[in-house]
Design a protein around this ligand. Structure first.
Ligand code: UDP
Length: 313
């Protein structure tokens, strides 16, 4: 589990352990948190960019879940080379170490950012990939590398293209939730908004039902259940790409209204200009996930918000 100290990797570690798997975590805690790692996991503190750390973590493993990487769109625009070096170079090296150790299975955290501004929604896995930022491009390049390695080396790979992940999980070692610094994601920012520091709504003039951007939110627990299903669905010599979302879209204002219901007070907001690089509408088609993984998300926006809210208290 690369990135097992992060928001999604930490929860995946706990859920896999609960399901009876043994888990080894590789994380340098540069953006993750050591206290997010389930104490039942074997923890190797190190970077996935360090081949010797990967070697130590991978020995005896059957499958790699690769969550680690840089994930800030804004930062990727400032430092495109860093995103290529870490996300693409690091993943290529990880695949090399896997090969040396005869580890042939990988589930990779890809992103809806690989699609860029969609020509139509819902977005299917056959939709054109035209990333609008280096972060999305770096994820696309790793997806392409996995396709190549599946055909050349016979590995089994699944890329899961995440839409907007939210929510929290109560584990045996406490609540795990989003702890990014800086926090750029909508749902944690909505829940943290105060009159002194209101939620900034980025743009109210988008071509959508209420002028704010529409996104597809998926509960982190549903998302991890899809990872476990993906792990079981890996086939040697094949690389599959699968979208993970809910198939429904909510505008920023609808998210704010849902949050007000959950927290029982109005959410202070301030309307500001559009954020660079934001597409108007992103909604996933989740038909392929249903077909290949027999997976459908079961936790709705209110559940995501409510879990995230409880985890913050
Ligand atoms: N957003 C917003 N205010 C914030 C954070 C996000 O209005 O403080 C908007 C953002 O412009 C986008 C949506 O909420 O339309 C979801 O943004 P987020 O950063 O959570 O995810 P993204 O879609 O960029 O992956």
């Amino acid at each position: 589990m690369t990135g097992g100290a992060g928001y999604i990797g930490g929860m995946a570690t706990s859920m896999l352990l609960d399901a009876g798997y043994r888990v080894r975590v590789l994380d340098d805690c540069s953006t993750g948190h050591a206290d997010a790692i389930d104490p039942r996991a074997h923890f190797v503190r190190g970077s996935f960019l360090d081949a010797s750390a990967v070697q130590e973590a991978i020995a005896g493993c059957d499958t790699v879940m690769h969550f680690a990487g840089k994930s800030l769109v804004g930062e990727s625009v400032q430092k495109p080379d860093l995103y290529m070096q870490v996300n693409v170079g690091g993943s290529a090296q990880l695949l090399n170490v896997m090969k040396e150790n005869n580890v042939k299975k990988i589930v990779f955290s890809s992103s809806a950012a690989t699609y860029g501004e969609p020509e139509e929604v819902p977005i299917t896995e056959k939709s054109p990939t035209k990333p609008t930022n280096p972060y999305g491009l770096s994820k696309l390049k790793v997806d392409q590398l996995l396709t190549q390695r599946a055909s050349e080396d016979g590995i089994a790979a699944i890329s899961l293209r995440y839409f907007n992940v939210a929510g929290a999980l109560n584990t045996s070692h406490g609540w795990l939730s989003e702890r990014h610094n800086p926090e750029t994601h909508l749902i944690p920012n909505v829940l943290k908004a105060t009159p002194e520091s209101p939620l900034q709504i980025f743009g109210t003039d988008w071509p959508t039902l209420d002028g704010t951007c529409v996104r597809d939110y998926v509960h982190v627990v549903d998302l991890i259940e899809a990872h476990i299903a993906a792990m079981k669905a890996l086939v040697l010599g094949k690389h599959e790409i699968i979208n993970l979302g809910s198939g429904d879209g909510y505008s920023v204002r609808q998210v704010v209204d849902a949050a007000a219901l959950v927290v029982g007070r109005s959410i202070p907001t301030a309307e500001v200009g559009r954020r660079a690089g934001d597409p108007a509408v992103l909604i996933a088609s989740v038909d392929r996930a249903k077909e290949l993984l027999s997976w459908t998300p079961t936790r709705n926006l209110l559940a995501m918000m409510s879990d995230a809210h409880v985890s913050l208290r």
